[in-house]
Ligand binder design. Structure first.
Ligand SMILES: [Mg+2]
Ligand SMILES: [Zn+2]
Length: 325
């Protein structure tokens, strides 16, 4: 919160640009004066005097300075999101979390034989799943399965129990819930599956391995990024993705009152370590993440609260509680 100095007789009170920028996010300098008034936003005039920026008092300090400046006279549009302090970030793993299976193994159903030859099956090296998927997709291409054929099989993957209700709730509450997916699957599988469900509006961003079809009709999957985390597979450290996303959001003036992280797998452990005590880690009951978290309990417990789930309903309850607190 910015605490301005006492207003003068004209209603101006002082606040330094640093404090404005620090509290409200990045200042974008534009030559405009007033910004249009929009819903949930208000604007206030600021003037620069003796190196300080002054704004009219009586305006509730919100978030996000949209614009500043014309030489000595500054007009700063403060963007108010009354609900911002209430905003929750929902982070989903995808395989065995949003969907009730593994999309990377589900794809094998597009093969007439429904199985991979041993030469491909046995070529997996620990920590190098993306390379392995490259070989799987190239075998599928060799069998002349078309992109449409792969897509239609991927669209049949079932959602985990309660997940469609949960995603529907999220899309109905986009002003208070941001939602991202961080997954070791790939962009094509996730886009197809979310689109087929009609629930893609729930998800703001998907961070996963980029995939595309090459000119020969073979699907290629690349690594999401490179990182130096020793705990994670070479192509993806979900903690790095989450931290980067949170800091980018922060730079835009968006800070979350709570992060809810739902996942099932071993690679969901690393991101849980960057969550704080207001946050909630939700491991799927009976899956790897739950077991790994139970082991942590003894020597290095997480700061975040841990609540296991078997159905999206449990995650929904957690989100609702978070929105009320
Ligand atoms: Mg998973
Ligand atoms: Zn990591």
């Amino acid at each position: 919160m910015i605490i301005p100095t006492e207003p003068d007789q004209n209603g101006w009170s002082g606040v330094s640009l640093e404090r404005l920028a620090g509290q409200l996010g990045r200042l974008r300098q534009t030559p405009s004066t007033h910004q249009p008034f929009v819903t949930e936003r208000a604007q206030t005039e600021c003037v620069k005097r003796n190196g300080n920026y002054f704004k009219r008092s009586g305006v509730n300090d919100g978030v996000g300075v949209n614009s500043a400046c014309v030489e000595e006279r500054f007009v700063v549009t403060l963007t108010y999101f009354p609900s911002l302090n209430m905003k929750t970030l929902m982070v989903f793993d995808f395989d065995d979390t949003v969907v009730d299976d593994n999309s990377d193994t589900w794809v094998i159903r597009c093969l007439p034989s429904n199985t991979l030859p041993d030469s491909v099956k046995n070529s997996y090296r620990k920590g190098h799943w993306t390379e392995f998927m490259g070989r799987v997709m190239s075998y599928i291409g060799d069998q002349k399965v078309t992109p449409e054929g792969i897509r239609s099989v991927m669209e049949t993957i079932p959602f985990a129990p309660g997940m469609t209700d949960l995603l529907t709730f999220i899309s109905d509450h986009k002003s208070t819930i941001d939602c991202i997916v961080i997954s070791d699957s790939n962009t094509l599988f996730i886009d197809w599956i979310l689109q087929a469900s009609g629930l893609q509006a729930a998800v703001d961003r998907v961070f996963t391995n980029p995939a595309k079809f090459n000119e020969l009709g073979y699907m290629e999957v690349r690594c999401h990024h490179s990182h130096d985390c020793e705990r994670c597979p070479v192509n993806l450290c979900k903690r790095k993705v989450l931290q980067l996303f949170l800091s980018e959001q922060c730079a835009r003036g968006v800070e979350y009152q709570r992060v809810v992280y739902a996942g099932d797998g071993g690679n969901d452990l690393c991101p849980t370590s960057c969550l704080g005590e207001r946050d909630v880690v939700m491991p799927r009951k009976g899956f790897t993440l739950e077991k790994l978290l139970a082991k942590l309990e003894d020597d290095a417990p997480l700061s975040a609260r841990v609540v296991a789930w078997s159905s999206g309903t449990a995650i929904l309850e957690e989100l609702k509680a978070s929105m009320q607190s």
